[in-house]
Design a protein around this ligand. Structure first.
Ligand SMILES: [Fe+2]
Length: 452
């Protein structure tokens, strides 16, 4: 199968020119008024390759991880830091001793470059496909490669999702060595795995994220699957589109076993990120950024057609589904008020994406009215993933802040923009100016000190 254009990598050229230095910058310049209740760190992870890469082969998902952090307190932006996430390869490249690992030496520990979370008092850089979490210090230095105090069976995920009602993390994991099987984990509030369920699937699907409702956990068994020939041929990310593979979503009862999974067929597509899911009678409603395909013609990054925000109704009794389009503006990285994960909700936030996943607009969706607010500051600014932070004692779902890193093309620096989520069209409440550029990357989170 051919690659659309083997001579260039638009993701690397356009989005991921890496930064070369680790810096610590204190007392950042702030425009506007940073809400004093924002006491914690905004953290973001993304690929930032050390050294030269082969642009014809480089896959956007595989670059060495770099975590960026901005510390806010008392209306001030105290510091910005960026640090490579140390795995053995990164340590070697930087001329350092390898960091400790809780795993045997033959356990895969590739770039933890996709997400960074605060959980159970610790900070973790995380990735999928078999590589374990990397524990970071508050200041983002690598502490060790973690096995969650000896409780993680093997693989973790870049998208553990916290149940707002129990405080536990729900995690869907995969690893090519398991064959036709994926593993669902529940991590308790102390940070230890309390439950693992092995689930049979059709092949070796790339399962990037998870969704759950009050009744079910969703298993995305979709046609982007492990390709042994590609792996043997040296592909750095051997997961390709399989035209013969049935697209389906498994509904695993929350306290059920693998034998209880109800499979629901959906039209072929790929989903990296659900916005949310919830129960509605017998049905499960799923909202997600839908890609028409993934890694079919282009195997170096997502570029198989525009991702749209779609809604599925999944019926576990009939095994059938229906779909409607919520918003056809190309978008990704959907987020919500996370106190409503798994529950009926009204508002979603996402990053509009342009050609080759270029950072673009900031989007708010009102599922009740159908209103779409799309804030564009092009061509000067493009926005990364928006994070919603509820205001203290808020009563309304969208009473809070939307925080996003953006790249200022006029100065080739980045800033952290904080908006009133109810007034996304208005000027930002505050902007934290960084004297450096943060390359486009993947996922970020606000980690308040009260819960870190
Ligand atoms: Fe993701």
């Amino acid at each position: 199968m051919s690659t659309a254009d083997a001579t260039r990598n638009p993701f690397l050229e356009g989005n991921l020119a890496p930064v070369r230095d680790e810096v610590t910058i204190t007392d950042l310049n702030v425009t506007g008024l940073l809400p004093e209740e924002l006491d914690g760190r905004y953290l973001r992870n993304g690929p930032n390759p050390i050294g030269e890469v082969n642009a014809a082969k480089y896959h956007w998902f595989t670059g060495h991880g770099m975590v960026h952090g901005i510390r806010l307190r008392d209306g001030r932006a105290e510091w910005y830091r960026n640090r490579w996430v140390r795995n053995p390869e990164v340590s070697r490249a930087l001329g350092e001793d390898a960091k400790p690992s809780d795993w045997p030496a033959d356990h895969p520990t590739f770039a933890a470059n996709t997400n960074v979370i605060g959980y159970a008092g610790k900070t973790f850089a995380i990735v999928e496909a078999g590589s374990p979490p990397v524990e970071l210090s508050y200041d983002l230095d690598t502490i060790k490669v973690s096995n969650l105090e000896g409780t993680l069976p093997y693989a973790f995920s870049a998208h553990p999702k916290k149940d707002p009602q129990t405080g536990e993390l729900h995690v869907m994991t995969y690893w090519w060595g398991w064959g036709n099987k994926v593993q669902y984990l529940v991590v308790d509030a102390s940070g230890q795995v309390r439950k693992a369920v092995d689930i049979d699937v059709q092949g070796g699907p790339m399962i990037h994220d998870i969704a759950f409702t009050e009744k079910y956990v969703l298993v995305f068994d979709l046609p982007c699957v492990f390709n042994l020939d590609a792996a043997m041929g040296g592909s750095s990310l051997p997961y390709y589109w399989d035209h013969e593979y049935d697209a389906r979503v498994g509904l695993l009862p929350r306290e059920g076993t693998a034998a209880d999974v109800k499979w629901v067929s959906i039209d072929p597509c790929y989903i990296f990120h659900p916005m949310n899911a919830y129960d509605d009678g017998d049905d499960v409603v799923l909202d997600a950024a839908r890609h028409p395909k993934m890694f079919d013609r282009e195997r170096r990054g997502p570029s198989e057609g525009d991702p749209t925000l779609d809604r599925w109704r999944l019926n576990p009794l009939t095994g059938k589904s229906s779909t409607t389009r919520v918003c056809d503006r190309p978008q990704e990285f959907p987020r919500i008020n996370e106190s409503l994960i798994g529950l009926p909700y009204r508002y979603g936030y996402s990053a509009g994406v342009g050609k080759q996943f270029a950072q673009d607009t900031l989007i708010k969706v009102d599922h009740h009215s159908g209103a779409i607010t799309a804030r564009s500051d092009q061509p000067r600014f493009g926005y990364g993933e928006p994070v919603f932070i509820p205001r203290e004692n808020s009563q309304q779902e969208d009473d809070g802040y939307v925080m996003a890193l953006r790249h200022d093309t006029s100065s080739n620096t980045s800033d952290l923009a904080v908006f009133d989520a109810q007034a996304l069209d208005a000027d930002p409440v505050a902007v934290v100016h960084l004297p450096v550029r943060v390359p486009n990357g993947f996922h970020g989170n606000w980690v308040p000190d009260t819960t870190a």
